[in-house]
Design a protein around this ligand. Structure first.
Ligand code: G3P
Length: 501
């Protein structure tokens, strides 16, 4: 696999003005609107790059191209679809650095984590190609006489067929990884895709699409439109060309569910992942995982630890260890691999500040000094003695703020978890494995980690949110399942003549 020069890598998808183009029917184009969407740097709020502000007609063209390409794409032998995805993965690995560099600038992802995201994405594509070969290569044969009263007069062949055109909408925090986690299984299933990258993350999205284009994906199989959610967001979702939606993001997902047509929906929305710390826990281990889980990428992960529920008897041991860990974290620029970086934009920073002020007014203890913010850079905040009256006890800051609630019992902690409308993941720290399983069973969340912080990966594990945190399950095998429907063909046979001995 050849490493594309930076010029080759960018030349097709960048207009002479420097703005990034959109991709429909195998062509990189500039919008007929003549308008561009500015992508702002999270550090400075100044324009870092521009993408096309696509029109509704260009959205129509994307769906037309995807629909036109789909039937032929579904006929491409599975092994060839897998081979193409392996080629995409190889291109992504070889050219990972330019994409990672964009992630650093565009979404302020620390440099090492940005590179990890791209490599993880290539691995996800390769794994999906392999898993998809096995999954779609197998069907089911059923005989009628296993059902009471039936003779062996029917044989049912059940196979997996594509859904059609999948609308994929990833979030800003993993604009590459959570795009390919939708695109790769959709393509293996024989679907075509219309991708709407997040505004912040659109440039990384365009470069990711360039890997698919450069690998030789047929025209129309993967289309990418960029622009303002307010102009094309609802239009995309309610478009008659959509046969399935896969979305990751916040509460927007709930309104998407209300606006979407009668199509399968895969949603991963927010989380308020709790860390329950039992009195018998290894407190040092718990503190270490809580710090990393709460503050990596400045808490901008659906799976971040977003509330600690600690038994009162060990709270005075846990809190100083968490605070000591947080005070060691570096705050600064993503280029320098600082652990705490600017959050994605001013509205996010304002929202986080509002939650912190609310907790301050209601009497929370600031363990990390007074609140400090410069533009969108917020110094990490640990709040102790948080009570249920405070918004931070329930809401998701998506920023570097960790509330600690001291609970009288594990039952109170479980009750807190199950009272939240968000129910993505959670974790429990205890030395008693039987107790851990009981607590996991009682926590009504999609996943529970025992003695570690919540996380989505490895990417083949099932990943689902309950209640307002999601619909359907992700993780490579589950996403392959989501991206297809079952088709049955029944062979009717003559009534057999038989005698019972
Ligand atoms: O925020 C998106 C969610 O999928 C988090 O993934 O890998 O950071 O646990 P991860």
């Amino acid at each position: 696999m050849t490493v594309l020069s930076a010029h080759e890598f960018y030349s097709n998808c960048v207009a002479p003005s420097g703005a990034y183009k959109f991709h429909v029917a195998g062509q990189w184009s500039e919008s007929s609107s003549g308008k561009l969407q500015a992508i702002l740097s999270p550090q400075t709020n100044s324009t870092f790059a521009q993408v096309q502000a696509c029109t509704q007609q260009e959205v129509d063209a994307a769906f037309q191209a995807a629909k036109k390409a789909q039937k032929d794409w579904a006929k491409v032998p599975l092994w060839k679809r897998a081979e193409l995805l392996h080629r995409v993965a190889a291109l992504m690995r070889e050219n990972a650095q330019p994409i990672a560099d964009v992630l650093v600038k565009e979404v302020a992802k620390p440099a090492a984590e940005a590179l990890t995201e791209v490599v993880r994405s290539a691995d996800l594509i390769s794994y999906t190609a392999e898993e998809g070969l096995r999954f779609f290569g197998q069907g089911q044969l059923l005989a009628s006489d296993s059902f009471p009263g039936q003779d062996r007069t029917k044989l049912c062949m059940a196979s997996k067929v594509p859904l059609g055109v999948v609308l994929a909408i990833p979030p800003f925090n993993y604009p590459v990884n959570l795009a390919v986690s939708k695109i790769a299984p959709a393509l293996m299933a024989g679907n075509t895709v219309v991708l709407k990258p997040p505004t912040q993350g659109a440039v990384a999205g365009v470069l990711m699409v360039q890997c698919f284009a450069a690998a030789g994906l047929p025209a129309g199989v993967l289309n990418c439109v960029t622009g303002k959610g307010s102009e094309i967001g609802d239009y995309l979702i309610a478009h008659p060309g959509v046969n399935a939606i896969s979305f990751t993001g916040g509460d927007t997902g709930i309104s998407i569910c209300h606006k979407a047509g009668m199509v399968p929906i895969q949603m991963e929305l927010g989380g308020k992942d709790a860390a329950i710390v039992c009195a018998d826990a290894d407190i040092e281990l718990a503190a270490k995982h809580i710090v990393k889980g709460a503050f990596s990428y400045s808490g901008q992960r659906c799976t971040a630890v977003k509330v600690v529920l600690v038994e009162e008897s060990v709270a005075d041991q846990l809190v100083p260890l968490v605070v000591a860990g947080v005070k060691k974290m570096t705050v600064g620029m993503p280029e320098d691999n600082a652990q705490i970086v600017s959050v994605i934009g001013p509205s996010s920073a304002n929202f986080i500040e509002g939650l912190v002020k609310d907790a301050e007014e209601k009497g929370a203890t600031f363990c990390t000094g007074p609140f400090r913010r410069e533009t969108n850079l917020i110094w990490p905040v640990v709040l102790d003695h948080v009570t249920p009256e405070m918004r931070i006890a329930w809401e998701e800051p998506f920023g570097p703020v960790l509330p600690i609630v001291r609970v009288k019992s594990v039952e109170q902690a479980i009750d807190h978890v199950n009272s939240n409308r968000l129910a993505l993941q959670g974790c429990v720290f205890t030395r008693d494995v039987n107790k851990a399983i009981q607590i996991s069973d009682a926590m009504e969340t999609g996943s529970v980690q025992i003695n570690s912080a919540p996380a989505r990966g490895p990417d083949h594990f099932p990943f689902a949110g309950f209640r307002d945190s999601g619909i359907s399950t992700q993780g490579i095998p589950k996403s392959l399942e989501f991206m297809c429907k079952t088709k049955t063909t029944v062979i009717n046979l003559p009534t057999p003549s038989y005698t019972m001995g």
